[in-house]
Design a protein around this ligand. Structure first.
Ligand code: NAD
Ligand code: GLY
Length: 358
């Protein structure tokens, strides 16, 4: 088992990464105080892992809240089902929510924990690669609104993150690839050596080589923990972790959250952001080509949907990085270094949107 620490000042918690951790009772025991637990999961993950987790929970009062599966259910209404379960079981402030699943379950359960009785503890038990490398760490929680992605939410750190790498064995190939998009992101914005490593080891990752996956998860969490420690609330630095997201979220929202997996949309968004960076003269074409090539190697889409430049822009305007009506974008200065900027030539943005979305 590998253990990393996240330290945001007011909150410090471990990320444990390894095999067999869902049934590792002492690991949970260290972090849970009260006797009431609510396991929040979805229909798919419940079938696969609920019994394994429940077996290790001991003599506590354990309730379950099993949500429908899918990004389209990441709504206030679904979060309401978690509140209903907490109230139905008369859970108090010492109750703990266990979020067992991918990023959708983690974001909803974390949001419910942040709001119920003004905040109860929660543990992230991520079961997708995307959740293990990104969404379970750093305390962003929330739900979507028909007008845009993750518009309702809270920064609320978990008590701990326990990433059992065994769960990746049942993950569909498409979901594994979507998770790799976020690992590629860390290479693009922070760590060119990770990017090179991914280039060399993509076949191993796609074959689910445990050692390669564990390295990718641990390095990603290390980078995320470093960034979040410096800027928990995304005043500046943390926004680089949204590389590709402004364009990606627009693609997701414009297709009603049904066409693309989040990681796929982020991958395409990184390509568009790299193309804009190139158009602005920040990077040369070779870097954009390397990003497109590695996305292709990971089996991710490399052709953006023709949603229309105007529609893309409309959704981008709902991005949380918009300030005083200006869309701030994450662009690349080189491989491994990103900037967050509102000063770019609007004509370059429009030309890039035309190129990819018209
Ligand atoms: P997801 O939660 O929808 O999970 C993907 C699919 O895999 C689902 O069908 C799920 O039921 C299934 N699944 C989960 N674990 C499985 C397993 N071990 N075996 C088989 N199937 C399994 O999607 P995701 O990619 O994990 O997360 C995407 C969400 O995360 C998006 O809503 C995105 O906005 C959010 N996100 C949040 C943050 C954050 O910082 N909070 C960061 C990145 C992404
Ligand atoms: N996924 C981006 C962030 O957590 O900031």
């Amino acid at each position: 088992m590998q253990t990393l620490q996240v330290d945001v000042g007011h909150s410090r918690y471990p990320i444990s990464i390894g095999s067999g951790l869902l049934a590792h009772r002492e690991l949970l025991d260290t972090h849970i105080r009260g006797r009431d637990l609510l396991v929040v999961t979805n229909t798919t993950v419940a079938r696969l892992y609920l019994a394994k987790l429940a077996g290790g929970l001991g003599a506590r009062r354990v309730a379950e809240c099993i949500l429908p599966d899918g990004e389209q259910h990441k709504t206030l209404q679904t979060a309401g089902r978690v509140f209903d379960a907490l109230v139905a079981k008369k859970m108090n402030r010492d109750a703990t929510v266990l979020a067992l699943g991918g990023g959708v379950v983690g974001d909803i359960a974390g949001f419910a924990a942040a709001s119920y009785q003004r905040g109860i503890g929660y543990v992230q038990l991520p079961t997708t690669l995307l959740a293990q490398v990104d969404s379970s760490v750093g305390g962003k929680t929330g739900v979507n609104h028909p007008g845009g992605k993750n518009l309702i939410g809270a920064f609320y750190q978990p008590l701990c993150v326990i990433a059992d790498t065994d769960t990746l064995a049942t993950l569909p190939d498409r979901e594994l690839r979507a998770g790799l998009a976020e690992v590629i992101k860390y290479g693009c914005v922070w760590d060119p050596l990770l990017f090179d490593w991914l280039d060399r080891n993509m076949a191993k990752l796609l074959q689910r080589d445990v050692e390669a996956l564990t390295y990718a998860i641990a390095r990603s969490c290390e980078i995320k923990a470093t960034v979040v420690a410096r800027d928990e609330r995304e005043h500046n630095l943390r926004a680089i972790l949204n590389f590709g997201h402004t364009f990606g979220h627009a693609m997701e929202a414009a297709t009603d959250f049904r066409t693309y997996l989040h990681g796929e949309a982020v991958g395409l968004g990184m390509l568009v952001a790299a193309a804009l960076s190139q158009r602005l003269g920040l990077i040369d074409a070779a870097i954009k080509d390397r990003i497109r090539d590695i996305l292709g190697k990971a089996g991710l889409p490399t052709e953006a949907p023709r949603i229309g430049a105007a529609k893309a822009l409309e959704f981008m305007q709902m991005d949380k990085k918009v300030q005083a009506g200006t869309i701030r974008l994450v662009l690349l200065e080189k491989l491994g270094r990103a900037i967050v900027t509102a000063s770019y030539a609007q004509a370059a943005l429009h030309a890039t949107l035309e190129e990819y979305f018209a």
